[in-house]
Design a protein around this ligand. Structure first.
Ligand code: PLP
Length: 392
């Protein structure tokens, strides 16, 4: 098909030409005396995107899933008790990772589409006066359901319970797109990947670790080798890595950080809020529901749209892909066939979203779901016009 493919899955996202160009270069000697300038310039800016001054950032040639493992093996020991909320497929997989590593996970199950419940977490911690629970595991933005949880409220509940558990937050579809406040929320391990808000190809796992988290890594008994952040810290201190780094990705990350910081992190979050709201208005105009149950926790990076009873979202996704050159996200786990997801994360603007929404409308109609053509697009257009800056 001619023209650009419309990539509207919630990761991987569109890689801006600037980042592509930065990655397209000859390899270099990663042990040369010139090399440390690159990592040394990246780490402080990477921490800014996590919302941290006090923490330490780490970069692995890996993905977000690997950072679940890295955060767990560097903070805990087999047999440790941890508390986790399961509110979608990614929190489910984070929990599965902890269980496979030998941790005992107390799971707070909530309906998929709901946010992490701070009160329940606070109560569970308060009911543990012996402080057996070593860590709390949550996903900030559940990409499977399009739900963003309130991390400030979670931190307040943890503090109110006066419990010293570590806080491990999956920020894979949040960091670099939504406001993420590592220091303010007193996060101990924050997890991200390169292929969403960072606007890069998949291939980098990113971590930010607090001083408390770093101290725990010395006590943690989980076997680890490649993911041992102590080796990383030792080499990173001199501007190197304990292995051959993914050089092209590092150059891409440098450029992506420049782009995020040039736009300004608050502006990046505001843009995602504006774009996300347009998608939500379109969904409402189609007469469809979001998987997210509560308007206060809708995600600004992904909308999971529920198809009417009897319809199969896989058909909508397939038609969009094959007929209209538009990729939409699938329903994951128990949401397979029930939702399709519109990713609105990364390097995007209003007209790109409007193009995608028009493709969704056509695919919905073709799949026999009676939406009025143009209705969602018009609702989003009106919103985007109302947000447009005045002409100078
Ligand atoms: N956590 C969340 C919230 C995600 O959205 C994803 C991927 O979409 C992951 C973890 C897994 O990341 P990766 O696919 O990079 O391993």
């Amino acid at each position: 098909m001619s023209g650009r493919h419309f990539l509207f899955v919630p990761g991987p996202t569109n890689v801006p030409d600037r980042v592509l160009r930065a990655m397209h270069r000859a390899q270099e000697d990663h042990r040369s005396s010139a090399f440390p300038a690159l990592p040394r310039s990246i780490f402080p800016d990477l921490k800014k995107v996590f919302g941290s001054i006090a923490g330490q950032a780490f970069i692995f040639p890996a993905t977000g899933s690997a950072m679940w493992e890295a955060s767990l093996v560097n903070s805990l020991s087999p047999g440790d008790r941890v508390l986790a909320c399961r509110n979608g497929q990614f929190s489910h997989l984070f929990i599965d990772c902890a269980q496979r590593l030998g941790m005992r996970v107390d799971v707070i199950d909530v309906e998929w589409g709901e946010a992490v419940p701070p009160t329940q977490i606070g109560e569970a911690l308060a009911a543990d006066p012996a402080h057996e629970i070593k860590a709390v595991l949550v996903v900030h933005n559940e990409t499977a359901t399009g739900v963003t949880s309130d991390m400030a409220a979670l931190r307040a509940a943890m503090d109110a319970a006066r419990h010293p558990a570590l806080l491990l937050v999956d920020g894979v579809s949040a960091v670099g797109s939504l406001a993420f406040r590592f220091d303010e929320w007193k996060v101990d391990f924050a997890i991200a990947g390169s292929q969403k808000g960072f606007m890069m190809p998949a291939g980098l796992g990113l971590l930010c670790v607090s001083a408390k988290g770093l101290a725990m890594s010395a006590a943690a008994q989980c076997p680890r080798a490649f993911f041992d952040i102590r080796d990383q810290a030792k080499h990173n201190a001199d501007g190197y890595f304990p292995y051959t780094p993914a050089l092209a990705h590092l150059f891409g990350l440098r450029e992506a950080l420049d782009m995020l910081l040039e736009e300004g992190l608050d502006n990046v979050a505001a843009r995602h809020r504006r774009l996300g709201e347009g998608v939500r208005l379109a969904v409402a105009a189609w007469g469809l529901q979001l998987c997210a149950k509560d308007a206060s926790s809708v995600s600004n990076t992904v909308s999971a749209v529920v198809v009417p009873e009897g319809a199969d979202s896989r058909r909508v996704i397939d038609i969009a892909f094959r007929r209209y050159n538009l990729s939409l996200g699938a329903g994951l786990g128990r949401l397979a066939g029930k939702v399709f997801r519109i990713g609105h994360v990364g390097d995007l603007n209003e007209l790109m979203i409007l193009g995608a929404l028009s493709g969704v409308e056509m695919a919905l109609r073709d799949a026999g779901i009676p939406v009025m053509l143009g209705s969602g697009v018009a609702a989003a257009q009106q919103w985007y016009r109302s947000c447009a800056p005045p002409l100078r």
